[in-house]
Design a protein around this ligand. Structure first.
Ligand code: SF4
Length: 210
């Protein structure tokens, strides 16, 4: 059975969609057969409404509390921005989700293409709902970004610039913005660290998953 929510470390993760505007070379979803550390994340095309997720979030909390709610699946969460916002708002306003605390930290893990996907600057819509955004920018180089992220044709021309703009805007408005990169895949980590600083974001460098 696919998991709409799954636990990882001290967080509860929300698996909103399997759709992605990119086919990243470092993605492990195919090698891991759509499983992530024991959780089946293959939604098989199903994309339930917000209420299905909020019910599961409440049930999970009642079983065992968690430190943060993280939008992150095998898919880009901002492909379902409206649903993401509905869930985050339900948590932050406590709408029927008691005893889940409304100050629960909410994080979005994204490839930064949400504004391009939705055709508008989405950062203002995240304000007050998303406490932390981790943006998988991966590189400082637009050509290398194309090679590593392998965006669909509609995201190729402006994708990298749009992700940069997203990071810059998020860093101005949200409590925490972190650029993520991966060691050992050819990106210049010194340059990406410097770029994150210039954009006003933090930096997280992770190893390749294998
Ligand atoms: S955005 Fe995430 S799920 Fe989609 S291809 Fe890239 S790594 Fe895989």
């Amino acid at each position: 059975m696919p998991e709409l929510v799954y636990r990882h470390k001290t967080g509860l993760y929300v698996n909103l969609t399997n759709r992605c505007p990119t086919a990243c070379v470092f993605c492990i979803k195919n090698e891991w057969k759509m499983f992530y550390r024991g959780s089946d994340l293959n939604l098989d095309g199903a994309e339930p409404e917000a209420g299905a997720f909020t019910g599961l979030i409440k049930d999970a909390w009642l079983q065992k509390s968690f430190d943060e709610l993280v939008f992150c699946g095998y898919g880009e969460p901002t492909m379902r921005l409206e649903t993401l916002i509905k869930i985050a708002r339900a948590v932050k306003t406590g709408q029927g989700l008691s005893p889940v605390p409304d100050e629960l930290r909410i994080r979005l893990n994204t490839n930064g293409l949400g504004s391009l996907i939705n055709g508008r600057d989405i950062v203002p819509e995240l304000k007050g709902l998303i406490d932390s955004v981790h943006v998988s920018l991966i590189t400082v180089d637009a050509v290398q970004w194309l090679a590593l992220m392998r965006p669909g044709p509609e995201y190729a021309r402006n994708g990298f610039e749009s992700a940069l703009t997203f990071v810059r805007a998020a860093a101005r408005v949200l409590p925490e913005t972190v650029v993520t990169a991966i060691a050992g895949i050819g990106a210049d980590l010194g340059k990406i660290r410097a770029l994150a600083g210039e954009l006003g974001a933090g930096i997280r460098i992770r190893p390749v998953l294998d």
